[in-house]
Design a binder for this molecule. Structure first.
Ligand code: 5GP
Length: 203
């Protein structure tokens, strides 16, 4: 199962994903490639695969990405290999990606379960973006404009959860993950097999 938790930066996707990963051993994080510089506390191969722009562009040319997007001037992408390897190991994957990436991923993998995380209000999102304390006003204004554009695509998602308090948000996203897992084709095929119904493509 591919579980996409999308939404603008600052909305709290990584806190929710981290908790799901702690609770569900069968769930693994899709580690993206990015050209942005590593932040303090980040480890290559754990938080991201940090690659040079030239290398990223070569990977795009070779068709290695299931989706890729430019976010705040840096390139980000999910490789097909990441998805294939998780599938081979029987793991679910959680994606902490932006809204454009979620849309491309759904085009490539229509079975993906998609959930958008929303801020309680635009004002709260602005506060959270400022709260990081690392960026200039211009950068924050740019992020806010990008965030509004992303939120506007809410209707493209199957599920949406408002991130007000982390505990409540977590319970809802967890419910979406568990319910979403029941509607994938793999799950439906397994159910059919389980009760002795024929399964398409298995002869
Ligand atoms: P950050 O640089 O703060 O880690 O992430 C910036 C934004 O890029 C976040 O909204 C994050 O979800 C998004 N992002 C991270 N990895 C990917 C990816 O592989 N593809 C896409 N489309 N967005 C990503």
């Amino acid at each position: 199962m591919l579980f996409v938790v999308a939404g603008p930066s600052g909305v709290g996707k990584s806190s929710v994903s981290r908790r799901l990963l702690e609770e569900f051993p069968r769930l693994s994080l899709s580690v993206s490639c990015t050209t942005r510089p590593k932040r303090r506390g980040e480890t290559d191969g754990v938080h991201y695969h940090f690659v040079e722009r030239g290398e990223f562009e070569a990977m795009v040319e070779r068709g290695e990405f299931a989706e890729h997007a430019t976010v705040h001037g840096n390139l980000y992408g999910t490789t097909r290999r990441t998805i294939d390897e998780a599938g081979a190991q029987g793991l679910d994957l959680i994606f902490d990606i932006d809204v454009q990436g979620a849309a491309s991923l759904r085009d490539a993998y229509p079975d993906a379960v998609t959930c958008m995380l929303l801020p309680p209000s635009v004002a709260v999102l602005e506060e959270r973006l400022r709260g990081r304390g690392t960026d200039s006003d211009d950068v924050i204004a740019g992020r806010l404009a990008a965030a509004l554009g992303e939120l506007d695509r809410l209707d493209e998602f199957e599920f949406a959860v408002v991130n007000d308090t982390l505990d409540e948000t977590y319970e809802l996203v967890r419910a979406v993950y568990l319910a979403g897992g029941q509607r994938t084709q793999a799950r439906i095929d397994a159910l059919r097999r389980g009760i002795g119904l024929p399964v398409a493509g298995s002869g």
